[in-house]
Design a protein around this ligand. Sequence first.
Ligand code: FMN
Length: 328
Amino acid sequence: MLKARSLPKALQGLRLPAVAAPLFIVSCPKLVIAQCKAGIVGSFPALNARDEPGGPVVLEAWLKEITEALDRHNQENPDRPAAPFAVNQIVHRSNERLERDVEICTRWKVPVWITSMGARVEVNEAAHSCGGIALHDVINNTYAKKAVEKGADGLIAVAAGAGGHGGPQSPFALVREIREWFDGPLLLGGAISTGEALLAARVLGADLGYVGSPFVATEEANADRTYKDMMVAGGAEDVLTSSLFTGHPANYLKGSIRKVGLDPDHLPDEWDVSVMPDDSPKPKAWREIWGAGQGIGAIKSVGPAAAVVERLETEYRAAIERLRADIC
Ligand SMILES: Cc1cc2nc3c(=O)[nH]c(=O)nc-3n(C[C@H](O)[C@H](O)[C@H](O)COP(=O)(O)O)c2cc1C
């Protein structure tokens, strides 16, 4: 068991110093439960829980399902309790569901809140009001300072090579600049797909790694089989950074861009109707244009999420032993 006394309780006692990153569309209760049972913090974006008109509140149902499954696991396995789970809130003004989702998460006492796109004092206060902690994701030192000023308990540094809206900065530079003034919980994301990379994140000064892409290629993930297979077959050269699909730079699988009839090596900078062949509509980011980080070369098969955690742990422990033998 990992001992990390300086971390908040929710991040202590994990099997590995890792948090599974929230993945739009892909993260679902089945995946979150598997991640937590395997011993790392599992997470999902609140926006993945989409209501049907006239139907029940899906976020409420998901929180019930996750909470009950983890409680059951803990009663049956008191010596191997599940890690806590996290919910990701997009706190940007454009998120019309934010207030409702925050109220639901507060009522369900969500233990870890991951906030993205613009820090908000009231969301951090809501997390604290139910005993949770708030981790804000940032791509540079300026945003990191703003997030802490607004009451975030910890930071997630999203560095170059991360799947989805990754940042442009080297993890070496980003962690160093944040660690010069911040000694609270710090996570690092971006192509952390191996135990060696996880250990490297800790060497740099991060407390935990933030692992996204490897969980797309799992049995529990809510992703098309072709998407999962592309993650297995691909490497860093198959990942393209483009602002074309959402207006912000994000990392995508080139294969998914080809699949909608576009040439990933000759994309325009801006969208107009002539971009698509045959007047087809603009393809949907994430649903059709699939996100991936540069670390996908380490993904060798589609299997259970627990197997990803198992591999990361084996590699992490072996890397520690190797370094011990090499360096001392
Ligand atoms: C398919 C996909 C969807 C993502 N969706 C979200 C999201 O909804 N909210 C968010 O904060 N980050 C999102 N991210 C970013 C991840 O949370 C995380 O920063 C990233 O996956 C870490 O890099 P890695 O993929 O190289 O491990 C997404 C990433 C991917 C690959």
